[in-house]
Ligand binder design. Sequence first.
Ligand SMILES: [Zn+2]
Length: 350
Amino acid sequence: MNITHFDEKVAAEIPALLEEGITTLKVFTAYNGRLRLQDGEIFQVLRIAKQHGMLTMLHAENGDVIDVLVAEALAAGKTSPEWHAFTRPAWGAVESVLRACALSAQADAPLYIVHMNTAGGVDQLQYARAQGVPVMGETCPQYLFFTKDDLRRSDGAKWICSPPMRSPADNHRLWEAVSDDTMLVMGTDHCPFYYDGAKPILYEGQEIAIPGKELGARDFTKIPNGLPGVQDRLPILWTEGVVKGRITPNQFVAMTSTNPAKIFGLYPRKGALVPGADADIVIWDPMRVVEYGVAHSHHRTDYNLYEGWQLTGYPEKVLLRGQLIVEGEEWLGKAGQGQYLHRKPHAEVL
Ligand SMILES: [Zn+2]
């Protein structure tokens, strides 16, 4: 649940989320006037969450600086996609990670920092964890490969997300943090938009067109922020992580399944192959070579960030609660087969 406004009424409503099986709250230090909470408000959310066994998640950027830089860029006629990155500097994320860790320490409450993407943020996370602060970190594949230079491409809008792509040094430091288990979870921040929403694509047998990135052709602030990523996460991480020797197969499973199941109150029903757990199983072919791209895509969008990449390792079969739902390229599942899961409070802090 995003907490985008805080007052006594909201504070009183938070515990009722547990009855709905919702155990996590997301707060923002950016998006002034829309999503952002002030530090004192985040501190109070952290304390309420702790009191009820919930977990606070935080998006770390500096909203005040971003607002000044965006206004200056637009006034100077700097409207191309790369300005999305220039107006959201890495230092804003770094100090916001440390500030959030300090709030977590002062509230004595667990904190989970989402989609981390800076080298300095990794340093702050390591510092806080070394002090015993109950803070956990997540990164996403896009932050391991792409940089703000990708926003300079003619199709740079495809790479627009927040926080933005950074630098090769950030990519490198994040890989170190993935290898040494500083990053506990590989998420996606999956939030796809069409690159050209004027041209329909065929999706599940229907022609669909939804306005997308083209909305910001003349103004980077109008480009919808977000990328496709759910389908890419496992084969990209296997290819670049396991095959290249940066992580072990056990780390691959931990950061994509076991750790998130534990942190988000789903373990051991999810994230474990044990009697009584849901038999959600992926049979993985570690040798299969795939020329990857939008032609493989089951994302409802018209592009893929990893277009033309050669991947090694791909799912062969997928079982959902013991039922085969994917066999090779064939989808055997049924709409409505998913189940809503009530998550448990007082989940592990890793
Ligand atoms: Zn976010």
